[in-house]
Design a protein. Structure first.
Length: 366
């Protein structure tokens, strides 16, 4: 993110406002596409990060085979926008969602959902493929890797037929708990090895496992090279955030999105207050290694975004902030996915300073 450009394009705008450096985003898109191509695996990026049909289109043009989404709303919006291969990596465990899924299925050439429950799997409309979710270390949803998953998938195939079982899926989100590079690589190994070895066990038991799908940006590079993995589903890579920088999976120069905010108070030399808060920037510090800040202030590594309330962000410094009322700052949020979801539009700019208001058209949680 170019700090001077970020502040310049937002100079006459009310804040807080999210700005995006398109040159950086394009570099990120090309880099991940090249990584997948070199490893000879499929790239199915998670579109919950950007929630934008325009960005989804760019990912597909750059070589992605389809999209991963978290919500039916995202799936519906992207299908309307022309995406024809979508995986919903979240169980549709209610009658209203199953009904929406049935309406969506004819709109998409290839649609699949992730499940970890046989009864739910049998309720998924015909025409929708099924991935079985495996827990490879995050301990969120999914059956344990190895024999528990093998037994569960055998029951799944018996219930719905082998043709609807696409393969295994996992999310190595425990990589975000890493404190250093070796821990991050260990998480990637647990994710990739756990899934690939389970797939091999299924094949040995006579069950076809066509796809072995791993997710998450931090371990994406290592996972892509793991034998047996067939696709990766990173999401945050498109924009980057302070969590990725702290983890070492991206550099601050790789971050394409920043929040521009205005100083509204400077009540003490070591404390200033911005006009943004938890309603406009992420309050979930997904990577604990980031520490006690809610973002990285560009050009001012000494500043800490120490506290958020709904409309205020308290910025502190070891000595003096040097900030006065009316000053503008730009910061990389701690978690870009939830930040983007808080804004109906973002301001995109290119390397010539041309700007475009782009809708976050798949935002929401339904």
């Amino acid at each position: 993110m170019d700090l001077e450009q970020a502040l310049a394009v937002a100079a006459d705008l009310e804040t807080p406002v999210v700005v995006r450096d398109d040159a950086v985003m394009e570099r990120n898109l090309a880099g991940m596409a090249a990584l997948a191509k070199k490893a000879d695996i499929r790239l199915r990026p998670h579109a919950k990060t950007h929630k934008s049909t325009a960005v989804a289109r760019r990912q597909l043009e750059a070589g992605a085979v389809g999209l991963t989404v978290a919500t039916l709303q995202e799936a519906e919006v992207f299908a309307d926008g022309g995406a024809d291969a979508i995986v919903i990596a979240h169980p549709p465990a209610s009658r209203p969602k199953l009904s929406r899924l049935a309406h969506l299925a004819p709109m998409v050439r290839r649609l699949a959902v992730a499940v970890d429950d046989i009864d739910l799997a049998t309720a998924v409309p015909v025409g929708v493929d099924l991935f079985w979710e495996v827990d490879t270390g995050l301990h969120r949803i999914g059956t344990a890797a190895g024999e528990p998953t093998v037994e569960a998938v055998k029951k799944l195939v018996a219930a719905v037929g082998a043709e609807r079982f696409r393969g295994l899926i996992t999310h190595g989100g425990h990589a975000y708990r890493s404190q250093d590079q070796p821990q991050r690589h260990q998480a990637a190994e647990e994710e990739s090895a756990g899934l690939a070895e389970t797939a091999a066990m299924l094949r040995a038991a006579g069950v076809e496992c066509r796809e072995v799908s791993v997710g998450s940006t931090p371990p994406a590079g290592a996972a892509a090279e793991w034998p047996g993995v067939t696709e990766v589903r990173p999401g945050t890579y498109v924009y980057g955030d302070a969590g990725q920088v702290a983890l070492g999976s991206m550099a601050i120069d790789d971050c394409a999105v920043a929040v521009v905010a205005t100083v509204v108070s400077s009540p003490a030399p070591d404390r200033a207050v911005l006009d943004c808060g938890s309603k406009s920037t992420a309050s979930d510090r997904i990577a604990p290694v980031l520490g006690d800040t809610f973002g990285m202030v560009l050009g001012r590594p000494d500043l800490v975004i120490a506290r958020l309330s709904e409309e205020h962000a308290v910025v502190t410094a070891p000595e003096a902030t040097g900030l006065k009322v009316g000053d503008r700052v730009a910061f990389i949020p701690c978690h870009v996915c939830t930040t983007i979801n808080l804004h109906p539009y973002l301001l995109a700019f290119d390397d010539r300073g041309h700007t475009t208001w782009e809708p976050v058209d798949a935002r929401g949680w339904r």
